[in-house]
Design a protein around this ligand. Structure first.
Ligand SMILES: *Cc1c(COP(=O)(O)O)cnc(C)c1O
Length: 408
């Protein structure tokens, strides 16, 4: 039993005030308890409390974009390695925590991105924060040029890096060039950006960005988290799709989204990857990824590299959903990618629509609120997979039409 006396709560007041503020703004976060059903993806059982028997819902906002997390071969790879070797890694990479699966996964990742080397981290967030922080320490005088819409993990790493930071306008090579022109010559430069921005679904003008970086001799750091698995002939991302991978200095990705597992990584030259391996605290001082997870990721990537069928089916359902939402007159935002945002523009209404979809229609779409997106641009972010059938798309659009009219 926990201690409920006043003494145990004597430090609570500022925290209670903060939480009350979040609630009053309609952006207090409530997590949906979901038990995914591997045999019926994208269906899941949603429970209000652990004792609840729950109801079946359709998940419309997962980043397991291709359902790889429930692929029978990926599950089998994980089960086999857990059964044979156990679950946890048992140590940091340096102290007994490197398994043959970590080594194989890093080889697979390097081959996927056609880079000499890759380095595995415990998440994409840590890959970004630890790598960028290390680059700042490895390169005295470094200036990092950062797209204004970069993910929190990159912003965190840049802050930790101690490097000078310059923010350029989103996906704007001319603005990047203008900033680069102002920096005194001779300083090391790094341009950090994403290939695919996950809240708007827009894609960077990669060739133009690389041209500008090359012109100033800047290194490039490309977050491909929302593109790996999904774009390019072998699913290696936008750089592969555009035939530009060899011009990107460091590619960063995740194993938690389209790969359907868990972990993050960078890929690049041997020297850069080896230096980050040796300098990044977020890589060194933490228990390594569980070997069954690494084995599952290897299998998933092999499947993603082997054929285009899943990517074609995915693109087909994305197009079907966008067309159906447009036909229904719903405020679907223009997006060049598989991410389909619906603009709401108000935190409380966004949450109310999401709640109504879940309770009345068994459809789960999490509201996206500040600080993930700017205030006034709150939205629902739909992520159809190849397993969201035309029938499920029809259910969704009917439910959205009803709820949109009913929620003021
Ligand atoms: C999700 C995300 C990450 C972090 O990846 P995780 O593996 O989930 O930690 C990094 N960058 C971007 C752009 C993301 O959206």
């Amino acid at each position: 039993m926990f201690d409920a006396t006043p003494a145990a709560h004597r430090h609570d007041a500022p925290f209670e005030r903060y939480l009350a503020q979040l609630r009053s703004e309609g952006r207090y976060r409530v997590f949906a308890d979901l038990e995914r059903d591997a045999a019926a993806f994208p269906r899941a059982r949603w429970r209000r409390t652990p004792e609840d028997t729950g109801v079946e819902v359709t998940v419309w906002c997962s980043n397991d974009y291709l359902g790889q997390g429930r692929h029978p071969d990926v599950i089998a790879a994980m089960q086999a390695v857990a059964g044979a070797g156990g679950v946890g890694a048992g140590g940091t990479r340096n102290i007994s925590g490197t398994s043959t699966w970590h080594v194989r996964l890093e080889q697979t990742l390097a081959a996927w991105h056609a880079k000499p080397a890759a380095l595995l981290f415990n998440s994409g967030y840590i890959a970004n924060s630890a790598s960028l922080a290390a680059l700042g320490r490895l390169l005295p005088g470094l200036v990092i040029l950062s797209d204004e819409k970069n993910h929190a993990s990159m912003i965190d790493g840049i802050r930790q890096s101690g490097a000078a930071k310059v923010i350029f306008r989103h996906n704007d090579p001319a603005d990047l060039a203008a900033h680069l022109a102002q920096i005194e010559p001779g300083r090391p430069l790094l341009v950090a950006f994403e290939s695919l921005y996950s809240m708007d679904g827009d894609i960077a003008p990669l060739a133009a960005m690389l041209d500008v970086a090359d012109q100033y001799g800047a290194m490039t750091y490309l977050d491909e988290v929302h593109a790996v698995g999904l774009y390019g002939p072998r699913g290696a991302g936008i750089a592969e799709r555009d035939g530009l991978g060899n011009r990107v200095t460091i590619i960063e990705g995740t194993l938690g989204k389209a790969v359907g597992c868990h972990g993050g990584y960078i890929a690049g030259s041997r020297a850069i990857v080896d230096a980050i391996r040796s300098a990044a605290g977020g890589f060194i001082f933490t228990t390594s990824v569980a070997p069954p997870v690494a084995a599952a990721a290897v299998r998933s990537i092999e499947l993603l590299m082997a054929g285009q069928d899943l990517r074609r089916a995915h693109a087909g359902q994305v197009a079907t959903l966008k067309a159906a939402l447009t036909a229904a007159g719903l405020p679907v935002m223009a997006s060049e990618s598989h991410i389909v945002p619906l603009m709401v523009g108000d935190a409380a209404r966004c949450k109310a629509i999401s709640d109504r979809l879940l309770t009345d229609h068994q459809i789960y779409v999490q509201p996206i609120n500040y600080p993930t997106v700017p205030r006034g641009t709150e939205r629902l972010r739909l992520t159809p997979t190849p397993f969201h059938s035309d029938a499920l798309i029809g259910d969704l659009v009917r439910a959205l039409t009803t709820v949109w009219a009913a929620v003021p």
